[in-house]
Design a protein. Structure first.
Length: 595
């Protein structure tokens, strides 16, 4: 695929491996000069685990697959590339770093181009390859919302539903519907707890979506504090008391649609929202507004300047690391002080035509650069940046053809990469010095739920993947039956254990809490979802049910095109990140479940 001048490449990320960890091959740090000769890799050793039956045919080339530029300390563990299907429909490929043959490895033909969504279903991610990123995105848009706690009201769209406080601070068996404020989402009095069976949790409150264009509108982000559950929707920001769903503060309205938010909140519960500077096709996503989640107070406001040629703000990425707000353009980024809005530093082109193409924040600040995008040395590089100064703490270079697609965890740093040409994927874990700690060496069909990456990579746009200090918890894809969660040892990339979903629906990790993995079991057509707890250590990893959502809300749980979820203080929060804009649908924006 040809690229316009100075644009990031469309393919290319290779997850490296420390030679000491089995010989997948770590890139040089810092990268070598262009034209540096490579030492041919030694032959690989036999696999420790037999590859699946669909391996390469006899006579396929054996060496390659990610050997480092210097001979590894040990022979690699693979004699042949494995054929484990990945989230793009790719097989897993150990060894993204050596120069690799362009053909002859026996990969099966793919039914779709890399990153294309699968056919069917209202929810493109349920039962489909995770990390789907493709052209169909252009048709997708997200709306946002109005709020409801669950009870009565009329059917007239002009009637404003009212949230009613109950004696039970966690809600009632018959919650009431309430307008989210600022937008008319329509009166929607539903008793989602009707017919609730013994042992089922309650819908504590729910909120309906505000009006949105028929083409849809974004509803990004969801933040939960001790006081408020806050949600962005189209042109507004809504906040609800976590206990009863009453408005925590008046909705904030923006002059144009919200186009980006910080996935994280600061330590003192601040976020930044970006919105468009107009409604035309040429409008930019360059207006910033800081907001206090607990009070709804608007702080500083600012504009994001355009970069150089091809470095636009048609779309920006926002993240928070410590007190640093990072705003990523298409080929550069600018850091601001989250409290004052003061500009701290810029991250621009460096080295030999390396353009920062994406950023990820949270526990660390990571930059991914596309280097020599239109030249013979096209490759990706990852840097950890000091959030205060912007200086690179370390740099990791990846082989040509490999693309840094997603960051599954920031601390520890776990990176997922794809190779479009080889139809392969790889997952690597890095230590604090930027060295490869391990690569995932597990037969795994990844079932994480990931949003569309449009114009930018959206590095942290996947849910359903969780890591603690020593373990990565990865969901498999459900094909003909329930899926599994696989616990992977980050010290060596090997499987520790796996557990099957307790229902015939997918189970997705949410967080690790007090030594236990908390997971969400998705609803079926006639049963609500579940929140379960899985012991992370020991020999018993059977899920224990924390919440069984009522069947009366199953249609809503199933109806979200894409969703965000959180488990905080014994409550389960579920919200839509994409609504259709259909006036007849009475779409929901957010629900809270509890006992």
């Amino acid at each position: 695929m040809s690229q316009p001048p100075n644009q990031p490449p469309q393919g290319g990320f290779g997850a490296p491996q420390d030679p000491r960890q089995g010989g997948f091959g770590a890139p040089q740090t810092p990268p070598p000069p262009q034209g540096a000769p490579q030492t041919p890799p030694p032959p690989q050793g036999p696999p420790q685990t037999p590859p699946p039956p669909q391996g390469p045919p006899s006579g396929a080339p054996q060496p390659g697959y990610g050997y480092p530029q210097q001979p590894p300390a040990q022979p690699g563990p693979y004699a042949q590339p494995q054929q484990q299907p990945g989230p793009y429909g790719y097989p897993q490929q150990p060894g993204p770093y050596a120069q690799q043959p362009a053909q002859g490895y026996g990969y099966p033909p793919q039914p779709q181009y890399p990153g294309a969504p699968g056919p069917g279903s209202r929810n493109p991610f349920k039962g489909k390859p995770a990390l789907a990123i493709g052209a169909a995105v252009a048709a997708l848009v997200v709306i946002g919302g109005t709020v409801y706690a669950v009870t009565s009201g009329g059917d007239d769209k002009d009637d404003k539903p009212v949230a009613q406080q109950t004696d039970d601070p966690k809600g009632s068996a018959s919650p009431s519907g309430s307008e989210g404020g600022g937008s008319e989402g329509g009166d929607d009095p539903e008793n989602l707890n009707a017919g609730r069976q013994a042992g089922e949790s309650k819908v504590l409150w729910y909120k309906s979506a505000p009006d949105a264009p028929k083409s849809g509108a974004d509803a990004p982000g969801m933040w939960i504090t001790d006081k408020a559950a806050v949600k962005a929707a189209y042109k507004q920001l809504f906040a609800y008391n976590v206990a009863d769903g009453e408005n925590a503060w008046d909705p904030i309205s923006f002059p144009e649609k919200i186009c980006a938010v910080t996935p994280q909140k600061s330590a003192d519960d601040k976020v930044v929202v970006a919105y468009m500077n107009g409604s035309s096709d040429r409008a930019k996503c360059n207006q910033l507004q800081q907001v206090d989640l607990n009070t709804g107070e608007k702080g500083w406001k600012g504009d994001v300047a355009n970069g150089q040629l091809f470095d636009s703000t048609l779309k920006v990425e926002l993240s928070i690391t410590g007190k640093t707000l990072m705003v990523g353009r298409s080929q550069s980024g600018t850091a601001y002080d989250i409290d004052s809005g003061k500009k701290l530093w810029d991250k621009t082109r460096y080295g030999d035509k390396c353009f920062p193409a994406a950023f990820a924040g949270g526990d660390k600040l990571i930059s991914v650069a596309s280097c020599d995008a239109s030249g013979s040395d096209e490759h990706d590089e990852v840097q950890e940046l000091d959030p205060v100064t912007g200086k690179a703490k370390w740099t990791m270079r990846f082989d040509k053809g490999w693309r840094v697609a997603r960051v599954f965890s920031m601390d520890p740093l776990v990176i997922y990469g794809t190779n479009k040409e080889k139809k392969a994927w790889n997952i690597s874990t890095f230590n604090s010095a930027g060295k490869i700690r391990s690569q995932v060496d597990v037969d795994l069909d990844i079932g994480a739920e990931c949003g569309w990456a449009i114009l930018q990579r959206d590095l942290t746009g996947c849910s359903g993947v969780v890591a603690d200090a020593n373990t990565l918890y990865m969901p498999t894809k459900a094909i003909s039956s329930a899926n599994e969660i696989v616990a992977i040892d980050l010290a060596n990339g090997k499987e520790k254990w796996r557990v099957k979903s307790p229902a015939e629906e997918s189970m997705l990790p949410i967080k690790v809490e007090e030594g236990k993995l908390i997971a969400y079991v998705q609803p079926s057509y006639d049963a609500g979802g579940q929140v379960v707890s899985i012991p992370a250590t020991g020999s018993n990893h059977e899920p224990s049910k924390l919440l069984q959502n009522p069947a009366g809300a199953a249609d809503i749980e199933n109806g979200f095109f894409s969703k965000a979820y959180a488990w905080v203080d014994g409550r389960f929060y579920l919200s839509s990140t994409r609504l259709s804009g259909n006036d007849e649908a009475k779409e929901k924006l957010m629900l809270a479940f509890g006992k």
